[in-house]
Design a protein around this ligand. Structure first.
Ligand SMILES: [Zn+2]
Length: 416
């Protein structure tokens, strides 16, 4: 995502996606020209635009605090959060992996809406306290209270992967002890919730404000896609976690010798083979790995004078896997280190190579073979189970409650 970093809170990088600027503008504009203008017509235009900007800014802080609360609970429980990104629909906390227990998932998910509720209560107190003295301050506080409560309510909808959907999944998971099945249930409910949101969007488009309507439609669409994608991702990962490296690694790897020149390597190997990396073996042991990008780092004119040994990544700097590791762990390692292949070693003996392309091919072949054949491929001896840890990357998205349009929904709720 093209986002820029704005700081670090509790050791978590905070990023803002450029699309947030759009939301800031929309919220400021819709409050300044819509809600504040009609509820407080006596305010000057400067006060309305200023108020709109203050509301948009604190809205931003509110979403940030919501995300930070997820991170704090997650970090405290040994599940580090990579970063938080704020984007057009709200925020995303990128967890390094999924929670291991339903209990932990429950708390990580529910703390966000609870934080938003607490913020809502705080602004409600601010409204009550400032009302007799300062009408502008009271008005802004009232809307912020309402925004935070809407955020809490919206994110508690039981549509996976919203917070409420995660809470729902954790409850199903706790009952049936099967995360994958629980995710399937939560994902199906998530899709129905998404269709419901789209339905509300259509109603709004015709009978309310077109702006809020379109917003609901987009959010419903987004939620439906993330709901389907989250389940598919978990399905692939849980399938991959049941396949060992030894079952699919490339064993015909034709290693190269360290003294070969890059000229020879390119002409005799890379151009004749579909491999994008070659193991370099000296005296029966792995010495390193040479890839196309290693070759590219050397000037073309120097290829005939440079040995593979000089260009390769030496074994000491390589990440390696054992034949017993599962493919989910392998993908995680590849993602973490941004590599496309890993040598498979037993001790110092090179057994084979596992590449990202081979894993993808494996998944596609299984898909083409169909469900039943695929299941037999995974469970030839009935092992496996609900162990689906090794997740490469997982994100919890939070959706922002729609901004009030001119005919917006806040107007009907807020006391004048
Ligand atoms: Zn949340």
């Amino acid at each position: 995502m093209s986002s820029f970093k704005i700081g670090r809170i509790f050791g978590v990088d905070i990023g803002v996606h450029w699309s947030w600027i759009f939301i800031f503008a929309i919220v400021t504009w819709s409050f300044a020209t819509g809600v504040l203008a009609s509820v407080y017509p006596q305010w000057s235009s400067a006060a309305r635009w200023g108020g709109g900007a203050v509301i948009a800014f604190i809205f931003f802080i509110s979403i940030l605090l919501h995300e930070v609360s997820h991170s704090v609970v997650s970090n405290r429980n040994g599940l580090p959060v990579r970063n938080i990104t704020l984007f057009v629909f709200g925020g995303v906390s990128n967890l390094t992996r999924e929670p291991d227990t339903p209990g932990l998932e429950f708390w990580i998910a529910i703390v966000g809406p609870l934080t938003s509720l607490a913020l809502g209560a705080l602004f409600a107190v601010g409204w009550a306290v400032s009302r007799p003295f300062n009408e502008e301050l009271a008005g802004i506080s009232a809307y912020l209270a309402l925004i935070n409560v809407s955020l809490a309510v919206f994110n508690m909808l039981p549509g996976f992967p919203l917070d409420g959907g995660r809470v729902f999944r954790s409850i199903v998971w706790k009952r049936n002890h099967d995360r994958l099945r629980a995710t399937h249930t939560a994902s199906v409910l998530g899709q129905w919730i998404a269709y419901g949101i789209m339905g509300i969007g259509i109603l709004y488009t015709f009978f309310g404000g077109i702006f809020a309507g379109v917003w609901f439609l987009i959010i419903g669409f987004f939620l439906r896609n993330s709901s389907v994608a989250s389940y598919e991702q978990l399905l692939i990962e849980s399938t991959l976690s049941q396949i060992c490296v030894r079952d699919m690694m490339r064993t015909h790897i034709h290693p190269v010798g360290p003294e070969m020149t890059l000229e020879e390597l390119v002409h005799e190997r890379f151009l004749r083979d579909d491999a994008r990396a070659f193991a370099v073996v000296a005296a029966g042991e792995l010495a390193g790995l040479v890839t196309l990008s290693d070759v590219r780092k050397v000037e073309r004119d120097d290829w005939s004078r440079t040995s593979v040994y000089r260009a390769m990544t030496p074994v000491a700097r390589l990440h390696t896997v054992t034949p017993d590791e599962n493919l989910a762990q392998v993908l995680q390692l590849m993602a973490k280190n941004d590599v496309n292949q890993l040598p498979v070693l037993r001790g110092r003996e090179l057994l084979g190579l596992v590449t990202r392309g081979d894993i993808m091919r494996y998944v596609h072949v299984r898909e083409d073979l169909g469900e039943q054949a695929a299941r037999e491929l995974v469970h030839p001896d009935g092992h496996g189970g609900d162990d689906d840890d090794g997740l490469a990357r997982r994100s919890a998205a939070d959706l922002a409650a729609p901004p009030p349009g001119r005919g917006g929904f806040l107007r009907h709720i807020l006391p004048r």
